[in-house]
Design a protein around this ligand. Sequence first.
Ligand code: DCB
Length: 356
Amino acid sequence: MKKKRIVVLLTLLIISIFTIFIFNNNLKTHENINNKNSQDAIKNNKDENFNEEIKEVEKTNLVSYNGWLNIENNTLVNENHEKIMLKGMSTHGIQWYGNLANYSMIKSLRDEWNSNLFRVAMYTEQNGYIENKELKQKLIEIVDNVIKLDMYVIIDWHILSDGDPLIHKEEAKEFFDEISNRYKDYPNVIYEICNEPNGNITWDDNIKPYAIEVIDVIRKNSKNSIIIVGTGTWSQDIDKVSNNKIDDDLVMYALHFYSGTHTEWLRERALNVLNEIPIFVSEWGVSDLSGNNGVYLDEAEKWVNFMNENNISWANWSLSNKDESSALLLPNSDITEIKDEYLSQSGHFIKKAMLE
Ligand code: DCB
């Protein structure tokens, strides 16, 4: 009798262990399927290689964490309404120094300097895009790399000798139509539609009318991208905007400075409008206005503090090894990674500012 009971109990025990084993295994398979589904969802949305690089770093200042940017109280915020500051390098003209903007260089700026932004300056004139349409391919190559690196990227239509943006308006519309269609699903991309308007032009009659048309083109493809609009006098006339703003919640206005030329008076001007318009310092340097002379680091320090205090995002001019004081790298250093021994005086200063 006793023996029978033991056999029954043993059989029951074996059956329960077996059941638990099967049940557990089922759960695991289910988990795997779920994981796979969400990974597929991400993959379908993005470039094939997109996720590889994110896995390496998990930083809260990058795109996978912050998503589509927004503007609240005239400052940049992420998808969760938290303030965010973008900091990074601008290329010099990519027709001259585009090769320095390679994948491993940008990766090292991200990994070693904590940078979350990169600006691609595509000149319109001076052997830029207007005469040299293949430059677009170079730009795309760089932008794709920055996206793979999970950073934000500014596509800069770099007008300069063509001070009036209306001069190449048709080319700009065509370019931004194609490019904003290509990148419409990427929160990484920020459009800067006219670097530095200058000369005998005004906000009301030249820049704003240009901006409205180009923004219209971009918005047909991308409702959620941030767009930066240059201001008069090489993007210093931010005070001309406030009473004639562009009717678009995701537009920011460019303020550019070179610390050897632009000092307290320009910061005052910015302070006066900070509560009225969102400002992006999409280009600045530690030289004078020519990109050379100096360096003017005391004044640059004041600017960096000013931008930190006011949560103003920035891109520094420039990632180049040209023999001029605003260049990040020493003349002729030809490198594919950011290394201290190749940094100019500007380079050392910018590294510190980036890591602050
Ligand atoms: C801006 C431009 C940028 C220029 C830098 C420094 O121009 F957006 O393209 O870069 O600031 O001047 C310089 C390069 C030089 C290059 C030259 C021409 O560093 O290597 O030879 O572009 O391609 C500014 C900014 C401010 C003012 C004037 C200019 N300003 N500008 O206040 O008067 O005439 O170029």
